[in-house]
Design a protein around this ligand. Structure first.
Ligand SMILES: Cc1ncc(COP(=O)(O)O)c(C=O)c1O
Length: 383
């Protein structure tokens, strides 16, 4: 049905109406005092969302722009980088580092798994000459629905002395992530996920230690240059012409997030995703994550039942129930489907989605007790 589509993909995520209306206003001049006031509010609220006292730089770019910005401001040719790879997006950090001429070593696990902190510790303990300068890692691997134990991993990296560069694109504003308290050196995210606005902005914060390493970077990128961009943040300005309308929407979205409170936001994501997982198992489907301890609270990756294809599930969900769920990526294409419960998502959305998934599987001939998913979901939401 026209205008009825509901996105349950890992991003872009649904956008609140008050944010959409703000974005729809005629764009204002980016050097006006009116816009500067919006920036002041946005820059301050972003520190709350990132749980940091460091400046949060904002780029008019997608999440990958901030990934690029993170590494191109730190790496000199030949630097040793250790990349912890658990799926496509953590792999992307390794690719960017390689492209910048770094000597990249990879610790990789089978998709569906998280990084074992003991494996990281063993590798870093062997680096007695402290050759490893940067460790790249992801908090929430969108391609597999797995969340790393970033708090523990970062404490190990800190113990070694390398910088931690963390992709928080599908975790910041959804899953607990305490930049300063945990000692994360560089943290990035994107706008179209937990922050509840459309794609087009990305964000980066860096620790004092990371800023010192940046000062030694011989060829930082021009557009993404940390120094240029931080100066603008401190002037309540932007270095270049920004996506003005998105900033206006972001101001409203951040106000909504502050009003709900970060702890409550994290609790909402935890409650909805854990209830969703229970419902999926009740329908007789398997989760892709191998150890539920590492299951993501923003994206759930699901194996289709025997004899029913992922494209058929996605097609019926979309055509008959106006709910868009994501396919797997690369080697996981057609092997798993992924449901996003990220950002502007409520219990009602989960109830609707599980109801629609049950109706879809029923139509496609899956044998299960009709209503078992919805019943389990409701029970879990009310525990
Ligand atoms: C964890 C993660 N990192 C990075 C990206 C890349 O972001 P973008 O597609 O906005 O460039 C994504 C996109 O989904 C993501 O989920």
């Amino acid at each position: 049905m026209r205008d009825k589509s509901f996105l349950m993909i890992p991003g872009p995520t649904p956008v609140p109406e008050s944010v959409l209306l703000e974005i729809a206003r005629h764009p204002m001049g980016h050097r006006s005092s009116e816009f500067s006031k919006i920036l002041e509010s946005v820059y301050s609220d972003l520190k709350y969302i990132f749980q940091t006292s460091n400046d949060v730089l904002v780029y008019t770019a997608s999440g990958t722009g901030a990934m690029d910005a993170a590494l191109s401001n730190l790496i000199n040719e030949g630097d040793k980088v250790l990349s912890l790879v658990i799926g496509n997006f953590s792999q992307r950090l390794a690719k960017i580092a390689k492209g910048l001429g770094a000597d990249v070593e990879i610790i990789e696990v089978e998709p569906g798994n998280a990084i074992d902190p003991a494996v990281l510790k063993a590798r870093l303990d062997k680096d007695v000459n402290k050759e490893i300068k940067i460790v790249t890692l992801i908090q929430n691997e969108t391609s597999t629905g797995v969340t790393n134990d970033v708090k523990t991993l970062v404490s190990i990296i800190k113990g070694h002395g390398a910088l931690s560069v963390v992709d928080g694109v599908t975790s910041v504003g959804a899953i607990e992530c305490k930049m300063d308290e945990w000692g994360i050196d560089v943290l990035i995210t994107g706008s179209q996920k937990g922050l509840m606005i459309p794609p087009g902005l990305s964000f980066l914060a860096a620790s004092e230690k990371a800023w010192k390493v940046h000062e030694q970077c011989k060829r930082p990128d021009f557009y993404f240059n940390w120094t240029t961009n931080r100066k603008s943040v401190r002037d309540n300005s932007t270095a270049f012409t920004p996506a003005v309308s998105l900033f206006c929407g972001l101001k409203v979205a951040l106000e909504m997030m502050k009003e709900e409170g970060l702890e409550n936001i994290v609790a909402r994501h935890t409650k909805i995703a854990s209830a969703l997982r229970a419902a999926i198992k009740a329908i007789g489907l398997k989760l892709f994550v191998t150890d539920e301890k590492y299951a993501s609270n923003s994206i759930t990756a699901i194996l289709p039942p025997d004899g029913i294809s992922v494209p058929d599930i996605r097609k019926v969900m979309k055509n008959d129930y106006d709910i868009v769920v994501a396919n797997g990526q690369n080697a996981l294409k057609d092997k798993i489907f992924r449901m996003g419960t990220l950002g502007f998502v409520s219990e009602r959305d989960a109830i609707t989605a599980i109801g629609a998934l049950e109706a879809t599987l029923y139509k496609l001939g899956h044998k299960f007790t009709l209503g078992s998913g919805v019943a389990t979901l409701i029970e879990h939401l009310n525990k």
